[in-house]
Design a protein around this ligand. Structure first.
Ligand code: ZN
Length: 129
């Protein structure tokens, strides 16, 4: 067994996921609304968060959050990949380590955007490479 596998993190620590759907309030809010309607119409087990037309927390541009359970990942993430309509989407797990969840464990659909990582609390996984 290699050192790398001995230190592997078991995905069982993931309690759920967020998808953050980014938009520009002046130009792509209607696109974001269409994506949101598609999510709502898709019968997914999700909680749709509030609209934020400007920066909030670590997010440097407008976005809304989609909260979903682990079991919904294989349905919702492919749907977002195919139906994001050009918007950038950040998908990140919830492990209890806010910094690692956004900076280390996250996956982008579409172009990545800068995050204000200094606003996030570091936890047990934040020193992972
Ligand atoms: Zn989040």
């Amino acid at each position: 067994m290699t050192a790398a596998s001995q230190t592997a993190i078991d995905p069982v620590v993931i309690e759920g996921y967020h998808a953050h759907v980014y938009y520009d309030a002046a130009t792509t809010r209607a696109v974001a609304a269409a994506v949101r309607e598609g999510i709502a119409a898709g019968g997914f087990d999700v909680r749709l968060g509030s609209w934020h037309d400007g920066p909030v927390g670590p997010h440097s541009v407008g976005m809304y959050q989609v909260v979903f359970p682990v079991a919904e990942f294989p349905r919702l993430v492919p749907w977002l990949a195919l139906n994001r309509q050009g918007l950038s989407v950040l998908v990140h797990p919830l492990t209890g380590d806010d910094y690692a969840d956004h900076a280390i464990f996250a996956a982008w659909l579409g172009p990545s955007l800068p995050l204000r990582l200094e606003m996030l609390q570091k936890g047990r996984y934040s020193t992972q490479p």
